[in-house]
Design a protein around this ligand. Structure first.
Ligand SMILES: [Zn+2]
Ligand SMILES: [Zn+2]
Length: 375
């Protein structure tokens, strides 16, 4: 089945503002929310579709990519493929829940520890080849004094929370939905600590600086978010840890520009090389080089395609193409001899050799016509 246009899914115009996008999403998500459509697979599919569309359109960067390339922008790891860290249905509920101001409680416990968001920068060449990057960040681990229980007294430990009777959540009706909120007394753990640990004040957590080597895949785009499950903050009371999200920025390169799998490089050539034809050496993003023949009479701005010499494509062994653009450079600071030669050359060009510069002579014949009133 072909994918529907995200704007169409949310029934909004391509010029919709973020506020309008959010409103449209809210409306659609409520309509298709599984709580209201128990066991209806069509509604479930629609709910997923709506969430996928919103996941892209709410993010300016993803939206820009989508506006330009459509679904192709994500074919190597779109929201559905998990490339942006959206790991399936669970995340959708989180996204919806965050927006509606609710959290899904799980088995009477706080679901997980907190997620951590960090930034890292890599070179374009590293994005090409893929790279292992060591990142350092502040995190929280289980308190070493109380083993994460939060209680000073290991024997007594914690007691069942009197507010929620251990379930960790309180239910209430909110519009269409039965909403579950974490219990405010025990913060969702279902347990209260009678004698809090002095080291962690009963949180069960302790700050730590963490270092982690992460694998950045070849072909990664600037602005991609990598999710590393379980590397976030530890959960309290031994609940699972949160996730780590690494936002990867790819630094601009001095000579190469990248657009998806395509690499551009502008190469200056001497006026005489362009006129006489030449073989020039071209640098390749993989660190190699290749020779390219510039034909006689090459104009400035002329592009040449080098197949398969472009950027790596995410999760694929293929590569895009490279385009070089020739920039003809007019010589400066001429020597006496160069000046003589060029003056002679110029004289030869004026003496009726019009086919040597067809654009120039064509232009000036139009100028003549213009002054003579023909056009
Ligand atoms: Zn402690
Ligand atoms: Zn409670």
């Amino acid at each position: 089945m072909s994918k529907r246009d995200y704007y169409e899914v949310l029934k909004i115009s391509r010029t919709a503002t973020q506020v309008e996008i959010k409103q449209a999403y809210r409306k659609k998500a409520m309509k298709y929310h599984p709580d209201r459509n128990q066991g209806d697979p069509e509604a479930e599919a629609k709910f997923k579709e709506v969430n996928e569309a919103y996941d892209v359109l709410k993010d300016e960067q993803k939206k820009a990519a989508y506006d330009q390339y459509g679904h192709d922008a994500f074919q190597n790891g779109g929201p559905g493929a998990g490339g942006f860290g959206a790991g399936g249905f669970g995340d959708i509920f989180d996204m919806f829940g965050d927006m509606m101001g609710m959290r899904r409680g799980g088995q009477g416990q706080r679901r997980t520890g907190a997620d951590i968001q960090i930034q890292t920068e890599i070179e374009l060449t590293e994005a090409f080849s893929g790279v292992k990057k060591t990142v350092k960040f502040q995190s929280k681990k289980s308190c070493t004094s109380c083993n994460g229980s939060g209680s000073e007294d290991k024997a007594k430990g914690s007691q069942t929370c009197p507010t929620c009777h251990g379930s960790g959540k309180i239910r209430s009706q909110n519009g269409f939905f039965l909403v579950e909120r974490p219990c405010h007394t025990c913060h969702g753990s279902g347990q209260v600590i009678s004698n809090p640990c002095k080291k962690c004040q009963g949180t069960g957590l302790e700050s730590q600086e963490k270092e982690l080597e992460i694998d950045i895949p070849a072909g990664i785009e600037d602005g991609t978010r990598i999710r590393i499950a379980g590397e976030g903050e530890a959960g309290s009371n031994g609940t699972p840890p949160g996730d780590l999200y690494v936002h990867v920025s790819v630094l601009p390169h001095d000579i190469f520009q990248r657009d998806g799998g395509t690499i551009f490089c502008r190469i200056p050539v001497r006026m005489t090389q362009a006129a006489l034809g030449a073989e020039i050496e071209v640098p390749i993003i993989d660190g190699g080089r290749t020779k390219v023949k510039i034909p006689t009479g090459t104009q400035s701005g002329k592009q040449f395609r080098l197949r398969g010499k472009g950027f790596s494509v995410l999760r694929s062994s293929s590569r895009g193409d490279m385009y070089i653009e020739v920039k003809v450079e007019t010589p400066q600071n001429l020597t006496k001899r160069q000046k003589e030669l060029l003056e002679e050359f110029e004289k030869e060009s004026q003496d009726g050799h019009e086919q040597g510069s067809p654009e120039t002579s064509g232009f000036f014949s139009k100028v003549r016509d213009f002054f003579e009133g023909k056009s």
